[in-house]
Design a protein around this ligand. Structure first.
Ligand SMILES: O=C(CO)[C@H](O)[C@H](O)COP(=O)(O)O
Length: 241
């Protein structure tokens, strides 16, 4: 576990390294979360300092608002078509560059944007690197209509994979279910260890009412892991192949 006092330095190191990957003229996807927020801050500094010409799409309303507040122009993904690069955070990164995302309830748009990009780069602190996915609760975005039936289907699917859990609906402080940018609910799955992520991903995707789960498999090309001393470690997909 990373010491919380050093996390911001780690995030800043990862964000700065990611900003260095951005080239003038790129179409760029902006992620969501506290690490992505640092990246957008650093990106805006570089864009203004160098007069860079970028076209940007966002994975959430929150990031779009932040970027616009910093003087960046954010367009709809469909106006840009295909992106060169998306830079985003993650909740867990394993040695195969498989990810859990959705801690910020944005994984649906995050997955759409990342998979509409030539490359996805993850930025994170060391605390996100795990040997096996699953300690972080796996978020699953579901349609509000019939969500309790959807939860029952998820529970049955987990049982068939020898995983036991009763998914918990994510709530706001006032007790209301949180709503995603697409107005859906989030169910969080406390699985502890995911032994067969592709099987779990397929099982979840096959359930009516599930919009998207937070497993990102074979999507991330590079993970930049920031360290408190300002250095970074890079985990690359090419090194795995
Ligand atoms: O998936 C996400 C949002 O849905 C975030 O990228 C993930 O939760 C990491 O966030 P942070 O950088 O704040 O730890």
């Amino acid at each position: 576990m990373t010491d919380p006092t050093t996390i911001d330095l780690s995030k800043d190191a990862a964000a700065r390294a990611a900003v260095a990957l951005v080239e003038n003229g790129m179409k760029l996807g902006l992620g969501t979360g506290s690490t992505a927020k640092v990246f957008v801050d650093r990106l805006a500094e570089r864009v203004h300092a160098e007069g860079m010409d970028l076209r940007l799409a966002s994975t959430s309303k929150a990031t779009a608002d932040q970027a616009r507040s910093l003087g960046l122009v954010v367009e709809e993904l469909d106006e840009l078509g295909w992106l060169d690069l998306t830079i985003d955070g993650a909740d867990e990164v394993d040695p195969d560059l498989s990810l859990i995302k959705g801690g910020g309830a944005a994984h649906l748009r995050e997955k759409i944007v990342a998979t509409a990009s030539d490359r996805m780069v993850v930025i994170a602190d060391q605390g996100k690197v795990v040997d096996r996915l699953g300690k972080f609760k796996l978020p699953v975005e579901v349609i509000p209509f019939g969500w309790e039936s959807t939860r029952t289907h998820i529970q049955r699917a987990l049982a068939e994979l020898n995983m036991a859990d009763r998914p918990v609906i994510r709530r706001e402080r006032d007790g209301q279910p949180i709503r995603t940018d697409e107005n859906n609910y989030i169910l969080d799955l406390a699985l502890e260890e995911i032994h067969d992520a592709p099987a779990l991903a397929s099982a979840l995707s096959a359930i009516a009412g599930v919009v998207e789960h937070g497993l990102f498999l074979n999507i991330c090309n590079l993970a930049i892991i920031g360290r408190p001393d300002g250095s970074v470690v890079e985990l690359r997909r090419e090194d795995l192949e």
